[in-house]
Structure formats: C-alpha cells, structure tokens
Design a protein around this ligand. Structure first.
Ligand code: ADP
Ligand code: MG
Length: 240
C-alpha cells in the first residue's frame, strides 16, 4: 500500500529525514515512535503529499507521491490523515462536519453522504451526537468526529499523528478504542503515538525514529522486550 525508499527531506539547511525506507502492506498497522523533533510529523505529511521530499521515493499504491503529474485530490482521498488538533468547523454540527468534504470536495449527492456519515458516527460510538456542535463535545468526542470526517472520504490508508496527545487522560482511551476497531476492520494504518501500551497491542510493526533515521524496528513483542540500540533503550526507559 505504501512504500518509502531512501526518503530525504529538508527545511532549508535542516535535514529532517535522512534516508527513511519502509513498506506497509494492506491491512497492516504500523506505529512510529520516537523523541520529539525526530521527524515523525514530517514523515506523515510527506506520505500524504502535504510536504514535498527532496530525494528518494514515496509510493502509495504504486503511485509516486512526488510526481508533479499526480492527482493530489485523488491521493488525499486515498490517504486520510488525522492530527493532534482536530480543527472541526465550530459552526457546523458533528454530522455536517463529517459530510462536508464528500459533499463539497467530491460533489457526492448529499442524501447518500448523509447515510454514510450517520453510519460513521455510529461507528465511532457517537450516536445521538449528530446534531451537536463541536464546542459541546469533549476533546475525545471531537477527535472521534475528526476520525469519522476523515473516513467519510473512504480512504484506503489512514495516517494518525499523535491524535491523543492533546486529550484529557480519561478520553484518550475512547479514541484508541476507535482506532483499534478500525484496525480490526482491516484498515491500513500508520500511527505516530506515544501510547506504548496501545502500540504494543495494535501494531504489526514498530519503527523507532531519531534525528530523521529509523534506528530500530520490529514486531512489538521483540521491539519492547529486546531493543538493541542504546537510543531505543534510552527512549523506552523514559516512556515505559
Ligand atoms: P516530530 O513530529 O517527531 O516531533 P517534526 O517532524 O515535527 O518532529 O519536526 C522535525 C524537525 O523539523 C524539527 O526540528 C522541526 O523544528 C522541523 N520542522 C518541522 N516542520 C518545519 C517547517 N515547516 N519548517 C521548518 N522546520 C520544520
Ligand atoms: Mg510531531
């Protein structure tokens, strides 16, 4: 589904990604962990074509993301992204937020989109909140609306960038449950997270990044019990 080869990315003089390579197969869940500033968000944004790379290759379903001829809208449709800041439209209800992109961007018939949106709201366990405005929802509920909004575009791959980092501890779990269910349904997911218990439970593969390189990776059991690189060990000793 996703294939990265020797990806290099700089902001001016600052090289943020220094040769990142990995593959994600259909239905796989991979977690990217690592210290702040190691390039995790940049990596996620590059996969979605939000940020161009200078060298290497990123392919989403065999299509080169950095090909200038690539249909950006088609890519964004295929690859959903959810951020730490959910940025819902405050003057639109939960249902309207979920319906917005398919109706406005994809020009799909409203009635059809509404059926799908209501189903997605049920899926993220927010039945009954359809007509509520974001301001009346908890952070965790808003984040679940944001996930439903992303799913409304019917993506094949979902990217999550620290989606629980800004939430109150008591609402983190409900968001993780939503992601877990999505993964169990077979969605291909790339997650940046600091929730180690969650990563251990849902990930098929963990990547540890530091200073723009993948330092170490492996299946969770191995990664969490048998990390070899001193940087990984140091990081894990701080977060576990
Ligand atoms: P992480 O998500 O792992 O905390 P980021 O990908 O956000 O790391 O950032 C990696 C590095 O790139 C940091 O040093 C950050 O300051 C820098 N950076 C990120 N975005 C930009 C940008 N738009 N312009 C300049 N520097 C950036
Ligand atoms: Mg980040």
């Amino acid at each position: 589904m996703v294939s990265l080869r020797d990806v290099h990315k700089s902001f001016g003089e600052l090289e943020v990604l220094k040769g990142v390579s990995f593959d994600v197969r259909k239905g796989e869940v991979i977690c990217i962990i690592g210290p702040s500033g190691s390039g995790k968000s940049t990596l996620i944004r590059c996969i979605n074509g939000l940020s161009p790379i200078q060298r290497g290759s990123i392919k989403v379903r065999e299509q080169e993301v950095n090909d200038p001829r690539l249909d950006k809208l088609a890519l964004r449709k295929k690859v959903g992204i959810v951020f730490q800041q959910y940025n819902l439209f405050p003057h639109k209800t939960a249902l309207e937020n979920v319906m917005m992109a398919p109706v406005k961007v994809l020009r799909e018939p409203k009635a059809e989109v509404e059926i799908r949106a209501r189903d997605l709201i049920r899926k993220v366990r927010l039945t009954g909140k359809e007509d509520v405005y974001p301001g009346q929802l908890s952070g965790g509920q808003q984040q679940r609306v944001a996930i439903a909004r992303s799913l409304a575009m019917r993506p094949e791959i979902m990217l999550f960038d620290e989606v629980t980092a800004a939430l109150d501890p008591e609402t983190v779990k409900e968001v993780l449950v939503t992601i877990k269910e999505l993964a169990a349904d077979g969605m291909t997911c790339i997650l940046v997270t600091h929730e180690m218990g969650f990563a251990r439970e849902v990930a098929d593969h963990i990547y540890f990044t530091d200073h723009g390189v993948i330092v170490e990776h492996g299946p969770p059991q191995e990664f969490f019990t048998n990390a070899k690189d001193p940087r990984t060990r140091q990081f894990l000793s701080q977060v576990l």
